[in-house]
Ligand binder design. Structure first.
Ligand code: NAD
Ligand code: DAU
Length: 351
């Protein structure tokens, strides 16, 4: 199949593209604006494949999107392009509304125009797969899980913009008959993760001998999924999922933030011991994120039952691999630190 992957130079998009080139016969067109979060070197491992192509363009640019549909004639759109960082959405929500809401609207409009021009068989085979987040469901207390029918209750500018995009996608399916799929996934981690997010930020700051910032009291809980397991879930959904359906994807690996940070410190103590003391000595509790959601946890029973997908690595295996990858691939993140973002605090609301 021909798969158009928006946001394919990002963390999850690049994992999906690496997987599709290595483990399928599909052709891939990456459509990516290369914002601060788009890192082309994440695609180096597969960029020499003749089944891989790249276009630098904005999903808000209707002409560029229309051209990509016309020239590549995709059978599947895997729509991952988004502004993805909650802290940045607190500092500058406008870009989130623009890319996540308006950009998704442009993608849907162009997909619909293209789809209407296909013959019957191609129309029924076509899929528009929208990749979204569990944050649209809001925040859980100590118990319970998000299911596909949990009511939406987004609470940050990021999650509100993703919720808006999810609603648009379902509306295009319901009203116009476009064959859409939506997945809502929990926190991903793994290689090529941009240094603004908790896990890479802690690994990098630990190695640089800097304070390790834990927001609030560190008791907030996230459900962690290794990124390659997410990529495998996405492929299963657009290949075999039922149009119109939503699938929740999660790691079944709830951890308090402080547990994640201490796990990273212990692995580093073993793999790269400090001359003096332990990495956990660098942990520093800092002012909480404004509106910080307390707990996310996914019930992934539906994708397990319907598509046979389950995570393949435990959190302990995945975090060990991830720390090792950051130790072995320092040039990837040091280039980012030098040119784009150097792990400073973001998202402290003013006024
Ligand atoms: P990321 O920030 O690492 O990558 C986003 C990519 O989109 C970048 O390559 C960027 O250049 C591109 N992009 C941004 N704006 C664009 C635009 N206007 N036009 C074209 N390209 C643009 O994000 P990620 O963590 O890989 O997340 C990918 C998707 O998965 C997002 O939709 C996000 O909401 C969703 N998601 C992420 C997680 C997570 O834990 N990271 C979990 C669930 C869902
Ligand atoms: O749940 C899925 C979401 O997970 C995705 O939709 C988002 O795109 C992705 O960024 C992620 O959002 P989070 O806000 O959960 O991820 P982040 O890595 O920013 O933070 C994880 C937790 O760690 C959160 O509770 C805030 C906390 N944190 C984060 C940073 C950057 C810290 O304690 N210290 C930090 O320095």
């Amino acid at each position: 199949m021909r798969i158009l992957v928006t946001g394919g130079a990002g963390f999850i998009g690049s994992a999906l593209v690496r997987r599709l080139i290595r483990h399928s016969d599909h052709e891939v067109l990456v459509f990516d604006k290369l914002t601060y979060a788009g890192v082309l070197s994440s695609l180096d491992p597969v960029s020499s494949s003749d089944r891989y192509r790249f276009i630098q363009a904005d999903i808000c640019d209707a002409d560029a999107v229309a051209r990509a549909f016309r020239d590549f004639a995709p059978e599947v759109v895997a729509h991952l392009a988004a502004e993805s960082h909650v802290d940045r959405s607190i500092d500058g929500p406008g870009a989130f509304v623009q890319t996540n809401v308006v950009g998704t609207f442009v993608m849907l409009s162009q997909a619909l125009a293209y789809w209407r021009g296909l013959d019957e068989a191609a129309r029924s085979a076509f899929r528009f797969h929208h990749i979204s987040t569990d944050e649209v469901f809001g925040s859980l207390g100590e118990d319970g899980f998000f299911t596909e029918t949990t009511p939406y209750d987004p609470r940050s500018p990021y999650s509100a913009s993703k919720a808006g995009s999810d609603h648009l996608v379902r509306a295009w399916g319901h009203t116009y008959g476009l064959p859409v799929l939506v997945t809502n996934c929990s926190n991903n981690y793994g290689p090529f993760h941009f240094p603004e997010k908790l896990i890479p930020l802690i690994i990098i700051r630990a190695l640089n001998g800097e304070p390790l910032p834990v927001y609030g009291d560190g008791s907030n809980v996230r459900d962690w999924l290794f990124v390659d397991d997410h990529a495998r879930a996405l492929q299963a959904v657009f290949e075999t999922g039922k149009p119109g359906e939503t699938y929740n994807v999660g790691g079944n690996a709830e951890r308090k933030n402080i547990e994640v940070v201490t796990a990273i410190c212990s692995i580093l103590d073993r793999l790269r011991p400090k001359a003096e003391g332990r990495y956990a000595d660098q942990i520093t509790y800092v002012t909480d994120r404004p509106g910080h959601d307390h707990r996310y946890a996914i019930d992934a029973a539906k994708i397990r039952a319907d598509l046979g997908w389950t995570p393949s690595v435990t959190f302990e295996q995945g975090i060990e691999q991830t720390v090792a990858w950051y130790l072995e691939n320092q040039s990837w993140w040091r280039d980012i630190l030098d040119a784009r973002y150097s792990t400073q605090r973001l998202g402290v609301a003013h006024g």
